[in-house]
Ligand binder design. Structure first.
Ligand code: PEP
Ligand code: MN
Length: 341
């Protein structure tokens, strides 16, 4: 299947934010974006919050232009009010707040205030989506508080679970969802694991846990990535994961249909036994009458007549085969004789 025409049929309600950890060059951004299917939101970090100042710090403001031309809606990380105004000015309407910034309520409030300023300057805040990652420390209250700070600006708010110290904190994610079921919650398997080998199983797990989407880091040549090389997968690998999720969901939908049909057949069988029991009750009463009037229990002529008109009814009215009617009626008749004895 061509990647660009891949249809995300079962996945149309899920949100996929996919792209490299960092925008490294115009060519890398364009190449990666072209390998991703329509319907995704393209991500790339422009200003990178790195542990060491010696590491690649991102291509900076210049890279915003590269993101503008990817042919997908695009998303970038903002950590300061200046980032917000530069990204919005470049037409980037998906902004995410990273785990380090999310640990600092003053920084998050400054970002929220800057969004309020741009909306005062005429940008419609409802066209902006801000995704807030969980803080690096396992603090659900801080994560929820950040959501409240952002909601006051009228932007669309989403949350991303990216784990803590390369491990999932499911309890924190579930507690977040329990308190805010109205906020879409995505999983970031890349930062959560720090390991490209774990990304596929985490994506599938996220779908089983009913996350609303994924944020995944992809790079055309992960080994050469300037940041987070160990956790990035290729766009092809991502597309295969999507196909797997899609087929898992189809199988689940089939299971649902099957279980509904099974429920229906259980109800029909219940009705069937109720009717058979009713028939045996009538047989018992006929048996008592025959005994009282010294009549034979088995009257071959009567059985032939029953069989003839049952075949007529069942075949013509209900499309049941003559052979089946003969076999079923023979069993029913045998049991009727037994209850009359
Ligand atoms: C990122 O998504 O590029 C990133 C830096 O993530 P986190 O804030 O979760 O570490
Ligand atoms: Mn990264």
């Amino acid at each position: 299947m061509s990647l660009n025409v891949m249809k995300l049929c079962m996945l149309k309600d899920k949100i996929f934010i996919v792209g490299p950890c960092s925008a490294e060059s115009e060519e890398q951004v364009a190449k990666t974006a072209a390998m991703l299917p329509a319907g995704i939101i393209f991500r790339a970090g422009v200003w990178k919050p790195r542990t060491s100042p010696a590491s690649f710090q991102g291509a900076g403001t210049e890279a915003l232009e590269w993101l503008r031309n990817v042919g997908h809606p695009s998303a970038t990380e903002v950590a300061t009010p200046e980032h917000v105004s530069l990204a919005l000015a470049a037409g980037i309407h998906y902004l995410w707040i990273g785990a380090r910034t999310s640990a600092n309520p003053i920084a998050v409030q400054a970002i929220a205030d800057s969004i309020r300023c741009v909306s005062d300057a005429g940008v419609d805040p409802t066209t902006i989506t801000v995704l807030i990652k969980n803080p690096v420390n396992e603090d659900v209250a801080l994560w929820l508080g950040n959501v409240e700070r952002l909601e006051k600006t009228n932007v669309r708010v989403m949350a991303i679970h990216r784990g803590c110290a390369h491990r999932p904190c499911w309890q924190m994610a579930f507690e977040f969802r329990r308190q805010r079921p109205d906020i879409p919650l995505l999983l970031d398997p890349s930062h959560l694991s720090g390991d490209s080998r774990k990304v596929e199983s985490l994506c599938c797990e996220a779908m089983r846990l009913a996350f609303d989407g994924l944020m995944v880091e992809v790079h055309p040549e992960p080994a050469k990535a300037l940041s987070d090389a160990k956790q990035q997968i290729t766009p092809e690998q991502f597309c295969r994961i999507l196909e797997k999720i899609e087929s898992d969901m189809e199988a689940k939908a089939e299971d649902l249909t099957l279980s509904e049909l099974r429920k229906e057949i259980d109800e029909v069988d219940d009705e069937l036994w109720r009717i058979i029991a009713k028939r045996m009750d009538v047989s018992r009463r006929i048996g008592a009458y025959k005994k009282e009037h010294q009549l034979d229990i088995v009257q071959p002529k009567r059985y032939e007549e029953i069989l003839r008109n049952r075949i007529e009814w069942a075949c013509a009215k209900h499309g049941i085969s003559e052979d089946a009617v003969r076999r079923i009626m023979a069993d029913i008749h045998e049991e009727s004789v037994r209850v009359q004895l």
